[in-house]
Design a protein around this ligand. Structure first.
Ligand SMILES: [Zn+2]
Length: 275
């Protein structure tokens, strides 16, 4: 049985929420950053407002003698953000996120150094999973939210998600990780101890899926996808045709989920102007 509370390093504690699911794996990871000896902690993704979860966060803070100096969000999906404003308010602090929807102070900006007590977190904009996704680099660890998970791969749902942005964000994280990141601390799933290799796997996974799609388009003799002025696929039928071919061996009950991913890929191919 996996513990809800786990000390990952001297300064980082994970508190896992009890909201398991297809998208959340074992549950959302709430991260507590608290350098030993410091009076202040930073909480990343307070998660859902489940009483047991909030109590566990408070127990860890009390045991370490830490006050919350800042609450940060990796993105606005409810499994990360829903309890954030109430949590921050009770702690007498603010929520900082990349979207105005969740921030109760200035929105986070790319490259910003958030300083709270003696903790400094570098903000790296990593749009793709959502338009408001950011990652945080603190010393030799990187908090990646749902941009890079600890297991499996993340969902890119058009239009808030964007595959082109996502691939760029993975490349950015890879180059940052290559300069001394020891651990990835994801929004769901286990800690990643080999950051560059794991991000490479993520990039290769996306590129092999794109190759699959272009091969299916060629085999079906479909014209290159194009977009409407609103940025939607001009011909929706192409999604179903590609899904039926690429996912022929997969139960049809899973095709709607596959269609979400195929749509994001066809949008990218249309943007690139390649079949
Ligand atoms: Zn999530």
């Amino acid at each position: 049985v996996q513990q809800h509370v786990e000390e990952v390093t001297d300064a980082v504690v994970r508190v896992r929420a009890d909201n398991p699911g297809l998208m959340t794996l074992e549950g959302t990871n709430t991260w507590l950053l608290h350098p030993s000896g410091s009076a202040a902690a930073v909480v990343i993704d307070p998660g859902p407002p489940l009483p047991e979860h909030v109590r566990r966060i408070h127990d860890v803070l009390r045991a370490r003698g830490a006050e919350v100096a800042a609450v940060l969000l990796t993105h606005g999906h409810l499994d990360h953000s829903e309890g954030a404003q109430e949590f921050a308010e009770r702690e007498g602090t603010t929520v900082r996120a990349a979207s105005e929807r969740w921030s109760t102070a200035d929105v986070l900006t790319d490259g910003e150094l958030v300083a709270a007590a003696d903790i400094e977190a570098r903000v790296v904009a990593t749009p793709g999973h959502t338009s408001d996704s950011v990652s945080f680099i603190v010393d030799d660890v990187m908090f990646t939210g749902d941009t890079v998970l600890g297991r499996g791969t993340t969902v890119i749902a058009h239009p808030d998600g964007h595959l082109g942005d996502y691939l760029t964000s993975l490349a950015v994280l890879r180059s940052r990780a290559a300069t001394g990141t020891r651990l990835l601390l994801p929004g769901h799933g286990p800690v990643v101890a080999d950051p560059v290799a794991w991000i490479d796997y993520y990039l290769e996974h996306r590129h092999s899926r794109l190759r699959q799609i272009t091969e299916a388009m060629a085999a079906l003799d479909l014209a290159p996808p194009t977009l409407t002025e609103a940025g939607e696929l001009a011909d929706d039928a192409v999604v179903d045709a590609v899904v039926a071919r690429v996912y022929a061996d997969v139960p049809q009950s899973l095709w709607p989920a596959a269609a979400v991913s195929v749509r994001a890929q066809l949008v990218l191919l249309a943007e690139r102007g390649t079949p």
